[in-house]
Design a protein around this ligand. Structure first.
Ligand SMILES: [Zn+2]
Length: 307
């Protein structure tokens, strides 16, 4: 997601308060069991983004027609933030950390959601990042600059770490993304000693396989979680929008670092999700984010719930 300048953020916040009932701190929804383990989703809140960030190089009328046909607002894009937790007999693994206190108004509610759900942060043993965008990474540090999960180890793709940590990252990003890099470097500094770099194709923890879904960012990973003969994929931002990502995966978006690769990744991923009838949890898909994909002609459709 692109960061907004302060004025835009405040304007959005006012609109948000007026038009959107925030999905605040809620109890952890158990969305799926995988044998002895279970997947849960907690809300980090939600935010609104200008439509320009959702699709690029597509006529506005075409975008609005699609959204209207899907029964979605056509003026702004409202997005929820679904944080997935995996419960194992010996503790919790969490996928992404939410946005923390310093990103967009409406987000950063993960700590409150954990408390409301009665989940002890000390029992989170592993944090796995899909990528290093603010709404996934910045919540790793609390308001006092301490680790939100003091007993956790952190896992992130080496390619993702290397991109954002590089001193010359600023020269590779448009100016409105520079705050993303500064934020990533600040968090990396805080969690670096406890962070392990991982790569696509690896079983990064028992029954958790990393899948190359680069394009949204250079090292973006999704994760297949397996247990009890079943599987589900944690998508992160490989598919972000329930209408656009599925009906028009080929549309270039304003939030992908490499828009062409992002589009190719979405298409290949959707083919796999359909072929394997694989349920998934999307970070920005309708709460709690659990769904599956079906093929419709040359496009796809998001269907809530497991197949
Ligand atoms: Zn995101």
């Amino acid at each position: 997601m692109d960061i907004l300048n302060r004025r835009e953020a405040l304007a959005l916040a006012a609109g948000l308060a007026a038009t959107m009932a925030l999905p605040g701190a809620a109890r952890a929804q158990s969305v799926m069991t995988l044998g002895p383990r279970s997947l849960h989703v907690l809300s980090d809140g939600g935010f609104e983004l200008p439509m320009s960030m959702v699709a690029r190089q597509v006529p506005e009328a075409e975008i609005k027609a699609l959204l209207a046909a899907e029964g979605m607002p056509t003026d702004v894009s409202r997005s929820v933030l679904n944080v997935t937790l995996l419960k194992d007999p010996d503790g919790w693994t969490i996928f992404d950390c939410g946005a923390g206190a310093n990103f967009l108004p409406g987000s950063g509610k993960l700590a409150a959601s954990l408390e409301a759900a009665g989940i002890n942060k000390d029992e989170v043993k592993r944090v796995i990042f899909t990528h290093a965008h603010p709404d996934h990474l910045w919540g790793a540090i609390d308001d006092f600059d301490s680790d939100l999960f003091p007993n956790a180890s952190y896992l992130i793709a080496g390619a993702e770490w290397d991109f954002w940590a590089a001193p010359d990252v600023y020269s590779k990003l448009p100016e409105d993304r520079h705050a993303f890099a500064a934020g990533a470097q600040r968090i990396f500094k805080a969690i670096g000693e406890k962070t392990k770099r991982i790569a696509a194709g690896q079983e990064v923890a028992p029954g958790i396989l990393a899948v190359d879904t680069s394009g949204h960012t250079p090292g973006h990973l999704a994760f297949v979680v397996a247990g009890g003969g079943k599987q589900a994929m944690i998508l992160g931002d490989a598919l972000t929008h329930r209408a656009i990502s599925f009906r028009h995966p080929e549309w270039r978006t304003g939030s992908d670092t490499d828009p062409d690769k992002g589009a190719a990744t979405r298409k290949a991923l959707l083919d796999r999700l359909v072929a394997e009838k694989l349920p998934f949890i999307g970070y920005h898909l309708p709460s709690p984010g659990l769904g599956h994909a079906v093929k419709e002609g040359s496009a796809y459709r998001f269907v809530a719930g497991a197949p």
